[in-house]
Design a protein around this ligand. Sequence first.
Ligand code: GLN
Length: 241
Amino acid sequence: MSSDRIKIVWIYPDLLATYGDQGNTIVLERRAALRGIPTETVHMRSDEPVPPDGDIYLLGGGEDRPQILAAHRLRRDGGLAAAAQRGAVVFAVCAGYQILGHEFGGEEGQPVPGLGLLDISSGRGEQRAVGEIVGDVATELNVPRITGFENHQGATRLGPNARPLARVVAGIGNGGGDGTEGAYAGHILGTYMHGPALVRNPGLADLLLRWAVGSELRPIDDSWAGRLREERLNAVLSASR
Ligand code: GLN
């Protein structure tokens, strides 16, 4: 944390914010507040410079053309890359996740350069991945099973410098044939999960907050969130049997 509060930067709500992904900002604010940690959230539209002094940067999903424009502007701006190199936390969903990689597939499948902050590359998959997804998170991240909703044409392959976020239990995820979902390296983490992901997975929200403050967090009462998660997980897993 660079000051007495966590600075959350919500990147390009005008281009990258499908399926209520903005809810991720609200959950981080709320879970920090419940522990007495102040936050400040700034919404940066795509015609504004990305501040390099944030603690947590969030990117959401987007349709193909807004995604290309967002990638172009983020590359030109340089603020997100500077923050990531300094160790800031970056959490990106779907289109935002693909943008963090070396390249992704445009609306005609043409390769579009990304930011190269995560060692992943995406292209157009054979089939659109639409539906519920469940995954078991890499053990070193200490996050319970994650659940979300996916809707993407892109398929993503991980290079040697990125680790899979999770192993797919139901759904498609990265779609590169290795049964993985999402990727992370250092404090940069991407996923195909909407939901919003941090609403449906408070453990993932707390991982980002732990990274931002650099220490463990006081536990909070998650009984309501836990019941809703149970209900969702049971519904998905019984349907996929
Ligand atoms: N346009 C991208 C794809 O289809 C991302 C979609 C999304 O963000 N939901 O792969």
